[in-house]
Design a protein around this ligand. Structure first.
Ligand SMILES: *Cc1c(COP(=O)(O)O)cnc(C)c1O
Length: 359
C-alpha cells in the first residue's frame, strides 16, 4: 500500500518550516527588521485618506498589477531608469523564487556569499539546483578572489548579492560587486532589501547592464505587512520573468496602499532617516562595551558578537524582548545575535539588559 505521504517529495518532508515568531502581548519585537512605526498612524489626515482609498478599492475585481500605477509610482519615487523593466512580487521573497525558477535547468548553479539571506539556498534546493556558498571574510566583507574563482569554476546561472547583506549588516564594496557582475555570465541579483538604509544603490544601472537585476522591497521601510517587492533589469531577463509571474500575484488592497504611501514618500523618508540615526547611536553605545563586537551596519539592524549568545537571547526574552540568535546558523556567526533597530525606548530597553549583563 502506498501511503499518502509517499507522494510528497522526501526532500521537502525532511525540511523544517520557516519559524515565524508568535509573540505574547507586550513583547518588543526586534527579530525581523520590521519598522517600529505604522507609517500613517501619527497623521489623522493620512489615515482618513487611506481609509477612503481602501473603502473604494475594487476588491470584487482581480487586480491588474501592470495597470495599477504602482510601477510608475516606484519609478518616480526611486528613480528607476526608463530602460529598466519592472516586475512586482508578493514580497521580494516571491521574486527570489521566480528568478530561481527562471534558470532552474538541470545541473545549473546558484551562487551566494555566506552567511547571507537563507532564502537563496532554500529556493535553489526547492528547484533542484546546485548551491554554491562562498564564505565571507571574518569581518563579513566579501572574499572577492574566492567569489571570482567560484564564478569561473561553477558558471552560476544566478548569483545573489545582498547589498547591504543580511544577517551581517555589512555593505560590500561597490567596486567588488561591479567586478562580480562583470565576471558572471549568468544573472546577478543585487538584493537591496536594506537599500533605503544605506547610501548606495545599483538601481541607476538597472536596465543598462544586461545581466543585472536589482531587487528591492518596501517591507523594511514600514510596509512588511503589505508584501510588495520589485525587481528591475534588462528586457532580456525581465521579459522572460514576466512569463512566469502569476497574473494575480498582487492584491488590490496592497497595490492601492503602496501607491498611496509612495505619494507620501516624505513620511517614509522621515522615519527611515530617524531609524538610521538610531542605528548610529545604538552602534556607538554597543561599541562602548569592551566584551562585545558590534559590526558596522548599513541596514536597520546591528549584528553583535557577544560572550554568550544563547544567554543574551534568553535574558532579553525574559525581559519581553525578542531578537534573532544567529549562533549555530553558520560558523562565521559564532556567538552572534542580530538586533533590529526599533524606536528609541525599545533600543534603550535592550541596552539596559546588556548593561546589567556586560557592564
Ligand atoms: C527581508 C529580506 C527579503 C524579503 O523581503 P520581502 O519583500 O518582505 O519578501 C529579501 N532579501 C533580504 C536580504 C531580506 O533581508
Amino acid at each position: 500500500m502506498t501511503a499518502l505521504s509517499d507522494f510528497i517529495r522526501p526532500d521537502i518532508q525532511s525540511l523544517t518550516a520557516y519559524q515565524v515568531a508568535d509573540l505574547p502581548e507586550g513583547f518588543i519585537k526586534l527579530d525581523a527588521m520590521e519598522s517600529p512605526y505604522h507609517p500613517f498612524v501619527d497623521s489623522d489626515a493620512l489615515l482618513d485618506e487611506w481609509a477612503s482609498l481602501i473603502k473604494n478599492a475594487p476588491i470584487h475585481l482581480y487586480p491588474n498589477p501592470a495597470t495599477s500605477g504602482l510601477q510608475e509610482a516606484l519609478r518616480n519615487a526611486f528613480h528607476i531608469p526608463g530602460e529598466a523593466k519592472i516586475a512586482l512580487g508578493n514580497g521580494s521573497d516571491e521574486l527570489i523564487q521566480l528568478l530561481t525558477m527562471l534558470v532552474a535547468k538541470k545541473g545549473a548553479s546558484v551562487l551566494a556569499p555566506e552567511p547571507s539571506f537563507v532564502m537563496y539556498k532554500h529556493n535553489a534546493a526547492l528547484y533542484g539546483m546546485n548551491y554554491v556558498g562562498v564564505p565571507l571574510n571574518e569581518d563579513f566583507t566579501l572574499n572577492l578572489p574566492a567569489m571570482l574563482d567560484a564564478i569561473e569554476q561553477h558558471n552560476p546561472a544566478l548569483t545573489f548579492i545582498a547589498y547591504p547583506n543580511n544577517p551581517t549588516g555589512v555593505c560590500f564594496k561597490r567596486e567588488e560587486v561591479e567586478q562580480i557582475i562583470a565576471a558572471a555570465k549568468g544573472i546577478v541579483v543585487v538584493d537591496e532589501a536594506y537599500g533605503a538604509f544605506s547610501g548606495d544603490s545599483f538601481l541607476p544601472q538597472a536596465g543598462s547592464v544586461e545581466n543585472l537585476v536589482v531587487m528591492r522591497t518596501i517591507s523594511k521601510i514600514g510596509f512588511a505587512g503589505l508584501r510588495i517587492g520589485y525587481a528591475s533589469g534588462s528586457a532580456t531577463v525581465m521579459d522572460e520573468l514576466a512569463k512566469i509571474v502569476p497574473p494575480y500575484n498582487m492584491n488590490q488592497l496592497s497595490l492601492a496602499t503602496a501607491k498611496f504611501a509612495l505619494h507620501h514618500a516624505e513620511q517614509i523618508n522621515r522615519i527611515t532617516a530617524q531609524l538610521k540615526q538610531e542605528r548610529e547611536s545604538m552602534f556607538a553605545e554597543l561599541s562602548l562595551f569592551g566584551r562585545l563586537k558590534a559590526f558596522p551596519s548599513d541596514a536597520n539592524f546591528i549584528t553583535v558578537r557577544v560572550p554568550d549568545a544563547a544567554m543574551l537571547y534568553e535574558t532579553l526574552k525574559q525581559n519581553k524582548i525578542l531578537i534573532k540568535k544567529l549562533h549555530g546558523v553558520h560558523p562565521l556567526l559564532d556567538q552572534c545575535v542580530r538586533i533590529t533597530i526599533g524606536a528609541p525606548e525599545q533600543n534603550e530597553a535592550v541596552l539596559a539588559v546588556m548593561h546589567k549583563l556586560y557592564a
